[in-house]
Design a protein around this ligand. Structure first.
Ligand code: HEC
Length: 112
């Protein structure tokens, strides 16, 4: 039991360190991939969240065929203000406009 607990402590330590390291990287320039994975992937990678909400799936050319032509600017505005069944900022109330935009860029890049 004590062994398991100390392993757990080490794990939590490492996890905290890696989160801190990632946050440091993002201070300069938010990575779209990081924002996406943390705040958008639940709904936008298919699976249960995607099925449940009907969110366009990243990586699906079919889902993005009609969205991509709107362009990054319009898609970012729609995400920030909310559209259809998606709440404003895709529910990420702490995300800045730049972070939303970089996440949208990441999504488009992965869905071409
Ligand atoms: C709770 C689920 C959920 C989360 C979390 C979420 N989305 Fe969405 N998203 C949706 C749904 C549902 C739609 C489809 C909206 C519609 O057209 O009815 C959508 C649509 C979009 C679109 C297309 C907008 C358009 O113009 O049609 C973009 C871009 C998008 N989301 C980006 C994001 C980004 C970036 C994040 C993370 C910051 C995010 N979403 C988080 C559910 C979600």
């Amino acid at each position: 039991m004590r062994y398991i607990r100390s392993q757990l402590a080490v794990f939590i330590c490492l996890a905290t360190l890696s989160i801190a390291a990632t946050a440091g990287d993002n201070a300069a320039e938010p990575s779209g991939e990081t924002v996406f994975k943390a705040h958008c992937a639940n709904c936008h990678t298919g699976g249960f969240g995607g099925f449940f909400t009907g969110a366009p799936k990243v990586g699906s050319q079919k889902d993005w065929k009609e969205l991509t032509p709107k362009g990054v600017d319009a898609l970012t505005v729609n995400t920030v203000t909310g559209i259809g069944d998606m709440a404003p900022r895709g529910e990420c109330t702490t995300c800045t406009d730049e972070e939303i935009r970089s996440a949208v860029e990441y999504m488009l890049e992965k869905s071409r």
